[in-house]
Design a protein around this ligand. Structure first.
Ligand SMILES: Cc1cc2nc3c(=O)[nH]c(=O)nc-3n(C[C@H](O)[C@H](O)[C@H](O)COP(=O)(O)O)c2cc1C
Length: 171
C-alpha cells in the first residue's frame, strides 16, 4: 500500500468490536509512535494504555467517545520534558510532539487493520485527575483503538476535503 492509499483508507472508527488487540500489534503501533520526531528529540510524550475495567470505566465517565473500544490510548506530555522555544515565550513543543506521535500511531494502526479515533471531546483537567496523572503531565487526546465492528463505516465527511488552493498559499 502506498502512503497515500493508507492515508485515504484510514478513517475515524466510531464502533469497535470487543475483540482485544493482541499485545504484539499494540506494541508495533506504539513503536511507530515512539520513533516520531519531537522537539530536540526530548520525547515528552507519555502514552497510557487503558485496558483495565477500572481505567476504561473512568474514561467512559469522561466522554461518550470511547465507542466500545477494548483499549483506549491516553496521549499526554510532560511539561518538564517538552522543548521550550527560547526565542518566544510560551511556545512549547509538547502538543506538537504528541500530535505527531498520535498520528504515527493512527496510521500504523490502520496499516495493521486496527481502527482508531482521535478524541478531544473530554474535559482535560478532569481526565488528568481521574487518571491520577502527575501535576506535570497534560493530556492532549484520547484514542480508542481496536478492531472495527463488522458494520463500522466512515462518516459522510471522510475524505471530503476542500481544494488545495483553499488551504495552501505559495508565498
Ligand atoms: C483534533 C481532533 C479532534 C477530534 N475530536 C473528536 C472527538 O472528540 N470525537 C470524535 O468522534 N471524533 C473526533 N475527531 C475525528 C474527526 O471528526 C475526523 O477526523 C474528521 O471528521 C474526518 O473524518 P475521518 O477521520 O473519518 O477522515 C477529531 C479529530 C481531530 C483531528
Amino acid at each position: 500500500m502506498t502512503f497515500m492509499d493508507l492515508a485515504k483508507a484510514r478513517y475515524s472508527v466510531r464502533k469497535f468490536s470487543d475483540r482485544p488487540v493482541e499485545d504484539e500489534l499494540l506494541r508495533q503501533v506504539l513503536e511507530a509512535g515512539n520513533i516520531a520526531p519531537t522537539g530536540k528529540n526530548n520525547q515528552p510524550q507519555r502514552v497510557y494504555v487503558a485496558r483495565s475495567e477500572e481505567a476504561l470505566a473512568a474514561l467512559r465517565e469522561l466522554t461518550p467517545c470511547t465507542f466500545g473500544a477494548p483499549t483506549v490510548l491516553v496521549f499526554a506530555y510532560d511539561t518538564e520534558a517538552e522543548w521550550k522555544n527560547p526565542l518566544e515565550e510560551g511556545i512549547h513543543s509538547g502538543p506538537q510532539d504528541v500530535s505527531i506521535v498520535a498520528t504515527h500511531v493512527m496510521l500504523a494502526a490502520a496499516e495493521l487493520g486496527l481502527g482508531t479515533c482521535w478524541v478531544n471531546y473530554f474535559a482535560n483537567s478532569k481526565a488528568e485527575s481521574a487518571l491520577h496523572l502527575p501535576e506535570n503531565e497534560k493530556i492532549l487526546l484520547l484514542m480508542p483503538i481496536g478492531y472495527p465492528a463488522a458494520d463500522a463505516a466512515p462518516a459522510a465527511a471522510h475524505n471530503i476535503c476542500g481544494d488545495l488552493e483553499k488551504t495552501v498559499r505559495y508565498i
